[in-house]
Design a protein around this ligand. Sequence first.
Ligand code: NAP
Length: 246
Amino acid sequence: MILSSPATPSSAVVFGAGGAIGRAITARLLASGQFDLVRAGVRDKPEQVPAGAQGFVFDLADEASIVSALEGDQHQPRLVIVASGLLHDPLRGIAPEKSIRALDPAVMAELFAVNTIGPALIAKHCLARLPRDRRAAFAVLSARVGSIADNRLGGWHSYRASKAALNMLVRNFGIELARSHPLAIAAALHPGTVDSRLSAPFQRRVAPQRLFAPDEAAARLLAVIDRLTPADSGGLFSWDGARLPW
Ligand SMILES: NC(=O)c1ccc[n+]([C@@H]2O[C@H](COP(=O)([O-])OP(=O)(O)OC[C@H]3O[C@@H](n4cnc5c(N)ncnc54)[C@H](OP(=O)(O)O)[C@@H]3O)[C@@H](O)[C@H]2O)c1
């Protein structure tokens, strides 16, 4: 089990612990008592770090901040979760595109920076730090809308494309990781529709029973990670454990 206690001190590291799902995951990891240290990365508001976690500040657009976040860990990371992400930002005029006419290269670049490149940089600097001799996991929150095979509706071009590219990278990381860390797993996770700032403008058409509270989503996602095996590495998995098509 990923969450079972190992012989040497180990940490769980959450990048994006200030977000709704990231905060709930951090709280669950702390409550599990199964890590010697739980580290919680937030962008610029240290007050968002949940009590009991060791906080650090990072920005997905700043590779040096990711390196120093990981170098600051005296424990061996056994579970790394990237829970950050960007879909919209009304203050900066960022909204999911309904039409190709709405494509804006600056917005596309920003979504790729946050949803694809940032998580890839975290992988670049953390995968080699995972233990080689026991189970470990690198998991990123992706989205079902990033599945190319599952795309029936279109739209949300930049978000979909940035998550599709993320899913491809996770597939690549799984292949590469298997060579050096045969017991480790890289996985992309779809949390379902979760009540958060990110989903708030898009919740109207979601049936109440399909809108998960962050804590509910966190529990499900951690259970999914727990059940994954190295044979699953590189895949995209839904909150109920189902493997989704790329
Ligand atoms: N909620 C859903 O229904 C849903 C559905 C499918 C997939 N997801 C995915 O789940 C993940 C978490 O979403 P959420 O619902 O928890 O959203 P959220 O509450 O808006 O959290 C997103 C987090 O990402 C952080 N972030 C954004 N840009 C960053 C940057 N440049 N550097 C560091 N951190 C940055 C935000 O930090 P600030 O607070 O500083 O902005 C925030 O803490 C995302 O990847 C999202 O795509 C969510």
